[in-house]
Design a protein around this ligand. Structure first.
Ligand code: ATP
Ligand code: MG
Length: 428
């Protein structure tokens, strides 16, 4: 046999081990329930799409398309393909392709992995996961408010603290064009502080230059003409309509004229939910309106708005805020000795599961001592012990392993087989 050089997970791509996997599942269950409460239905799209979908939908002059996409040529047919770096483009493609948004607007969501070739650090990975929610065919601002109110409910449901909402409006194309001219001339006057990327983008995508994380450019960016000051009557009405609905719902927000978001397709409403508790990567959720995207991708014009939550950052913040109860392998651990007891353990184990209990029947080593060590490590509340004596008397020995269990005082007791499942069920 030739020696195998051990394989490792790829840089920036993480394994989720137990019990963390249980936290993921707990979050996913809460999220599904939360979305169902607002009428959002699941729409699943493939991880792989044609590269041109993202180049067009996200915009050529963006971080994602310029340098973060995992793209390759399919060797079987020479097609250029990309692992999705975000959900919106694929969701919109699917909605157009299957004609689902013209008879009535649609509320849809997806959850799953996305891929970006970034420098890995806390809260920034190369495979990460998003909860993506899209309201397709709605002009707002009522549905913009709905999305934000919904998010506030999720944060409350998870018991998150220290998460705040930042809000801006990017207006419409003509307003951005007027602002753009003023912005480009501002950038031209500050060529000396622009980094290489900014110089490259300043004509193709000047707004994105303001999204910079370069500290040397912050003063220049802060002094730049604000897009918000170029908004006309209609855009302002939309923005103030949204603000009034948030006020009604008792949701606090900060107006942030610097907020432009990383993608090209946004207009009017843009928002981010930010926390200071996660270090540098503090944006947990970003969203906004993208009324031009459906037409840009070949559909009949229709307005739309949506957001994406970064699941890793949300889980991180959730555990910072207390998190959910730690997951255990089971509630009952069955310990047994001898062949007859082993068979009884499996039979009784099935009865306990019928009653809705989570049960592990010991497998492997035979000594009582090592079985009890496993029972403890499993996090079980009770160990059910079956040996010769128990089989002879028709009663199991039940050992309560946790002090907080309703053990009615006794640490150990004997319970007849025919009462075991009702008895344990009522006390666990
Ligand atoms: P950033 O400015 O942090 O790069 P972004 O604008 O690129 O964020 P979006 O495209 O809006 O992020 O993605 C939505 C959410 O997905 C972000 O708010 C964040 O929570 C999460 N996210 C983005 N990139 C990563 C990543 N590389 N690893 C983990 N989570 C991420
Ligand atoms: Mg990014």
């Amino acid at each position: 046999m030739t020696e195998f050089e051990k394989a490792y997970a790829l840089t920036g791509m993480k394994d989720v081990l137990p019990p963390d996997g249980a936290q993921w599942e707990a979050l996913e269950a809460i999220v599904r329930d939360w979305l169902a409460g607002y009428g959002y239905l699941n729409l699943r799209t493939p991880v792989l799409e044609q590269t041109r979908l993202f180049a067009r939908g996200i915009g050529e002059v963006t971080d994602i398309v310029e340098k973060e996409m995992y793209s390759f040529v399919d060797p079987l047919n020479n097609e250029r393909l990309t692992m999705r770096p975000e959900f919106t483009a694929g969701m919109v493609r699917a909605a157009i392709e299957h004609n689902i948004l013209y008879e009535r607007p649609r509320r849809v969501y997806a959850m799953g992995p996305v891929f970006r070739h970034e420098k890995p650090q806390r809260g920034r990975y190369r495979q990460f996961h998003q909860i993506d929610v899209e309201a397709l065919g709605f002009a707002g601002p009522d549905v913009d408010a709905e999305l934000i109110v919904m998010l506030a409910r999720l944060w409350k449901r998870l018991g998150l603290s220290d998460i705040r909402l930042e809000l801006n409006s990017l207006g419409q194309a003509d307003e951005r064009a007027a602002h753009r001219a003023a912005l480009v001339s501002h950038l031209e006057q500050h060529m000396d502080v622009l980094d290489e990327e900014a110089r490259r983008r300043m004509y193709a995508n000047p707004l994105r230059v303001l999204d910079t994380k370069n500290p040397a450019m912050q003063a220049m960016a802060n002094a730049a003409p604000r897009l918000f000051d170029f908004l006309g009557e209609t855009s302002l009405t939309h923005y103030h309509g949204l603000c009034a609905m948030l006020d009604d719902a008792g949701i606090a927000y900060t107006f942030n004229p610097r907020l432009v978001r990383g993608l090209d397709y946004y207009n009017l409403t843009v928002f981010e939910w930010v926390t200071d508790r996660l270090g540098a990567q503090g944006t947990v959720c970003g969203g906004g309106r993208y009324d031009g995207l459906i037409e840009l991708l070949g559909g009949k014009p229709a307005p739309a708005v949506g957001f994406a939550i970064g699941i890793e950052r949300l889980l991180d913040l959730w555990s910072e805020s207390g998190g959910s109860a730690l997951a255990t392998e089971c509630q009952v651990y069955m310990v047994h000795q001898g062949e007859a007891a082993r068979r009884a353990a499996h039979r009784l184990g099935e009865q306990l599961r019928d009653a809705g209990l989570r049960v592990v029947v010991h497998a492997g080593s035979t000594g009582f001592k090592s079985q009890f060590r496993r029972a403890d490590a499993s996090g079980a509340i009770a160990a059910v012990v079956l040996g010769e004596d128990e089989l002879a008397s028709g009663s199991a020995t039940v050992k309560w392993l946790r002090q907080d269990a309703e053990a009615s005082g006794a640490q150990q007791e004997s319970i007849p087989f025919d009462r075991l499942s009702t008895d344990l069920k009522s006390r666990i």
